[in-house]
Ligand binder design. Structure first.
Ligand code: ZN
Length: 516
């Protein structure tokens, strides 16, 4: 005779059974989230324009199911009971982290009133449409009232979800768990003090590299073959992922064996696709390296957006722009583009990849000035959240700061305060993760170089397996079990510091511009 245990009454269940049930629900939520991601990927890669309205209904339906699954009161009770059970302190590190973080996420979400969630969703959809119009007309007045609403809702969200934190830190917690703005602000101040003079010195240098050879004709089909070769070479697994075309490149995970990376192409400028793909494949390598058996649960999730960005930046800039990598890559590139590169050398290409050229637009910025764009946004959005700056005063504050850092003023708001979609999408507290990614990447790469003594020779031979293996073992395998700063400190053996990024930029860009 078979006995079937009753699972209706959670209080009679063993901690192990409760844990299994909590994991099952989390995996069910992950299935819905991956359906949401599939719809989002399709929307940005191949959906016909007239399908947008119905796609909105599909996305809203999945979002509703997902929210209900994640915030069901019974789940909250089970997670609270689990958190108080011996398993929460005596389980394996993965089990302990899963219990702690599932309870944390539940409590945070459950503290948000449904009215606020709905209003935020609706307001940010309308605000993003207003943003598109405002940017096209360079009309601040079109966007300002919407941003007032978005910032007000975000302040309310901040107070609800983490009442124990400063409001900006509460918002930051969604993207960089454990991040604290005073720590980041101090680090960014040091960084800015080093980068502003470096940019100025590059601008005034008598020796200036040029990227003219990167602006020759690079046929689309040849680029497609070439970037795939490069992505494969750094370890991106095309059996578990694919590359598609889009307007604003991204990386999205649709399942444990389904990582989608995207790029845009420019036949008149090779770096658009090449570095776009290295960047997104870097994100993809992280996703493909997260512990597969924990997919949908915290030990199988990314630690933070800053850590995610550290992986993309490491491959894009610290590998992809290095002279060592181009020892391997140059012959491959010349074979792929014989007409464009036949009269060039590896040194010409290496120099062309180290051009510093201040631009008004963040997404077009080079590796050095990029961080100045980010720090400007971090300071301004924080001032608005803290009530130290009004939305109405944002354009003036933007232009003043830009002139201070870059030496010139944006001629229009479209090239200034209106250029990014983030604020109208409700992504406030998101910008600093870009530069945190650069900071983490430089420190991780320095540690990898110490751990793999012949890394330079390996890169020159096109062998990236040891570097990827080291990242897999130290960063990827940890999932979300550690917050970003303790993670980087453990892996590199020292507290997080911006000095590695300053050192990396100075070491690589100084000689290119003949600066001592
Ligand atoms: Zn990225």
């Amino acid at each position: 005779m078979k006995h079937t245990a009753s699972s209706s009454d959670t209080s009679t269940q063993s901690p192990t059974a409760l844990f299994d049930q909590a994991c099952t629900t989390a995996r069910e939520a992950a299935v819905l989230a991956s359906v949401e991601a599939a719809l989002g990927w399709d929307e940005r890669t191949g959906m016909p324009p007239k399908a947008a309205d119905y796609r909105g209904e599909q996305a809203a339906a999945i979002a509703g199911l997902l929210h209900a699954k994640r915030t069901a009161p019974a789940r909250g009770e089970a997670l609270a009971e689990l958190a108080a059970s011996p398993l929460a302190t005596e389980g394996s590190p993965q089990v302990r982290a899963a219990i702690r973080l599932m309870a944390h996420d539940y409590e945070k979400q459950a503290r948000l009133p449904v009215r606020l969630v709905t209003e935020m969703a609706k307001t940010t959809v309308d605000a993003q449409q207003a943003w598109a119009v405002a940017r096209a007309k360079s009309s601040w007045a079109t966007l300002a009232p919407w941003l007032e609403k978005v910032f007000a809702l975000k302040r309310e969200q901040a107070a609800c979800q983490r009442p124990d934190l400063d409001p900006y830190d509460s918002l930051l917690d969604d993207y960089e768990p454990g991040g604290r703005w005073p720590v980041i602000a101090e680090r960014f101040t040091h960084l800015r003090d080093a980068i502003v003079p470096l940019v100025r010195a590059c601008g005034e240098a008598s020796r200036r590299p040029t990227d003219a050879i990167m602006r020759r004709h690079f046929p689309l089909h040849d680029q497609q073959r070439f970037v795939r070769t490069v992505a494969e070479r750094i370890g991106f697994d095309f059996q578990r992922g694919r590359l598609d075309t889009t307007d604003h490149p991204f990386c999205s995970t649709l399942g444990p064996d389904d990582c989608r990376i995207t790029t845009r192409w420019d036949e008149a400028y090779l770096p658009t696709a090449l570095f776009g793909v290295l960047h997104e494949a870097g994100h993809g390598l992280y996703e493909q390296g997260l512990p597969r058996e924990w997919f949908g649960l915290p030990p199988g999730e990314a630690a933070s957006l800053g850590i995610h960005e550290s992986q993309s930046r490491l491959w894009e800039n610290l590998v992809g722009r290095s002279p060592e990598f181009w020892e391997w890559c140059f012959p491959v590139a010349r074979e792929a583009f014989p007409a464009a590169l036949t009269d060039t050398t590896a040194a010409d290409v290496q120099a062309a990849l180290l051009v510093v050229e201040p631009s008004f637009i963040r997404v077009e910025a080079d590796e050095v000035t990029y961080n100045l764009h980010v720090m400007l946004r971090f300071d301004l959005e924080r001032a608005v959240v803290h009530g130290d700056l009004s939305v109405a005063d944002l354009p003036a504050a933007w232009n003043e700061r830009f002139e201070n850092d870059f030496g010139r003023r944006p001629p229009t708001d479209a090239e200034g305060v209106l250029q990014d979609i983030h604020w109208s999408a409700g992504l406030i507290g998101y910008f600093p993760t870009y530069t945190l990614g650069n900071v983490f990447a430089a420190q991780l790469m320095a540690a990898a170089t110490r751990a793999i003594p012949n890394l330079g020779q390996q890169m020159a031979a096109g062998q990236l397996g040891d570097l990827l293996g080291w990242l897999r073992k130290t960063v990827h395998a940890a999932g979300r079990m550690q917050e970003s700063e303790p993670l980087v400190e453990r892996v590199t053996g020292e507290p997080v510091s911006e000095r590695w990024l300053v050192e990396s930029l100075t070491r690589r860009y100084g000689p290119a511009y003949g600066l001592s």
